[in-house]
Design a protein around this ligand. Structure first.
Ligand SMILES: [Zn+2]
Ligand SMILES: [Zn+2]
Length: 94
């Protein structure tokens, strides 16, 4: 469900009881020093400022498992990202 975040005003997918988006929540936790790393998310968030990192479609190496060095577009600080790819299979009768 897309709602408007009270903090940044952007339309984001949020749970019904949430008033701010995931990215704003992460930013707050980083500011409070509660978290120093962000793991197992389906998007890449900068661990310095919490901004979500827009994956460049031409930068398809991020779709292959491994560790990569990225530089945040927002705060310009470097960080590492570990990419894990999971596959699932479905079969059906013809
Ligand atoms: Zn927000
Ligand atoms: Zn950043």
């Amino acid at each position: 469900m897309a709602k408007k975040c009270e903090k940044c005003g952007q339309e984001r997918h949020m749970l019904p009881w949430e008033t701010e988006c995931y990215s704003c929540g992460i930013k707050q936790q980083i500011k409070d020093g509660e978290i120093t790393e962000i793991s197992c998310e389906d998007e890449i968030y900068c661990p310095h400022c919490g901004e979500d990192y827009e994956i460049d479609v031409d930068n398809c190496e991020l779709y292959v498992e491994g560790e990569y060095e990225l530089v945040c577009y927002e705060c310009r600080k470097p960080f590492s990202v570990e990419v894990r790819v999971s596959y699932s299979y479905s079969t059906y009768k013809k």
